[in-house]
Design a protein around this ligand. Sequence first.
Ligand code: BG6
Length: 480
Amino acid sequence: MAVVFPKGFFWGGATAANQFEGAWDVDGRGPSVDDHFMGGSVDTPREITLTIDPDKLYPNHDGIDFYHHFEEDIALFAEMGFNMFRMSISWSRIFPNGDDAEPNEAGLAFYDKVFDCLRAHDIEPLVTLSHYEMPYHLVEKYNGWESRELIDFFVKYCETVFDRYQGKVTYWLTFNEINTGTSSLGAMMSTGLIKGYEGPASGIEVTPQQCFQALHHQFVASGRVVRLAHEKYPQFKMGNMDCFILSYPATCDPADVLANQQEMDRMNWYCSDVQVRGAYPFYAKRYWREHGIELKIEDGDLQDIADGKVDFYTFSYYMSGTVGTHGVEQMQGNMAMGGKNPYLESTDWGWQIDPTGLRIALNEIYARYQIPLMVVENGMGAYDTVEEDGSIHDPYRIDYLKRHVQAMGEAIDDGVDLIGYTWWGPIDLVSAGTGEMRKRYGFIYVDKHDDGTGTYERRRKDSFFAYQKIIESNGTEGLE
Ligand code: BG6
């Protein structure tokens, strides 16, 4: 196959404010949900604390200090050839408590500088409005998105940043991996259902009623925000963002095929059907009934959802899983997981590597929605070693990158309208699932460690040059 990426294809990287900005209490920023999560590891879950204990280590507080390194980092992204950079705005930098009357000017000014810097390097920003975070005050007072009141707070926050950055940002995503909110695991960070909770993140139990009601509030908020954008800022392009966990039936037993179909409906289609088609899917009613969910839907909610259809579909893709009815051994994940697949290898964190699955996912999504697609997260967390001369050789990451770029090329050749690719964590950052720094994703190494030490020095890994070559040739070279 001759890989042909369309002219103007977006190549770049993706990040989240809470995982890399640091400066958690600087210039008027309020604490966010993530600031209450301590570091963990591949086998030790992150602990959540009710208050910030000064004697404990909270890796998100300092991140990799992008706040003070953004010019250097964006210059490195430009050197790799990025023409798109996905980042999120920290809600609590703009509204420190979430329900404040006025925004924090210092927070707004920070993102002005970042967007100006990106523009100066001809890099298009792709901005996530809420990436696994909200002001912690909204958790304490309202239990996050369980409360309807969050809709107005979120809309106000979006109005503020739309107005401020209308000349600087065109591409927006409402909620990161919104579909992880369909389970307890994802409800911690994505919908903030942790009011009063202290203990291991894995110990949280949230009922399906709470999860799906919180999601309903997010859908209404997203709908209102997308409508507002379309009415007031016709130049804006609005997208959803789902965590696509492709799953295969564990066997060809029809019971497994059905179980997998139902899992795909819950995990991958429920939220995107709402955000792309503007209505709850046909299978929702039965799902709600069988899981004891009685949604409180107010007058106007379904119209808000109908008016909020997105312009393009974005998703993260890391792995695939299996679903079966005969006892399937589970792989590890962060906010989502699935069963093991004997045909696939895994990363050191147990995530199954499946580039062909990306081609399958792209085809399935495009067949269903027929709107432009972007892969806005894809990458592999790995242990990196800094050699004595300071170099970092990461052939495993290069291999993962090439195979996934090839799969995207195949999908484009299949006829899929894929318009962009942003690698997760082009620069090392704090892992969302485990809170580690040693789970490194970057093409750029950052000297920051799990005990809190480090100089924050940046270094180019071998993969930096591999990605540079791919981008330079628009995906025609560097894949051998
Ligand atoms: C996605 C999230 O689930 O996966 C990111 O949107 C996250 O925030 C990424 O960092 C990788 O997961 P992890 O747990 O390895 O950081």
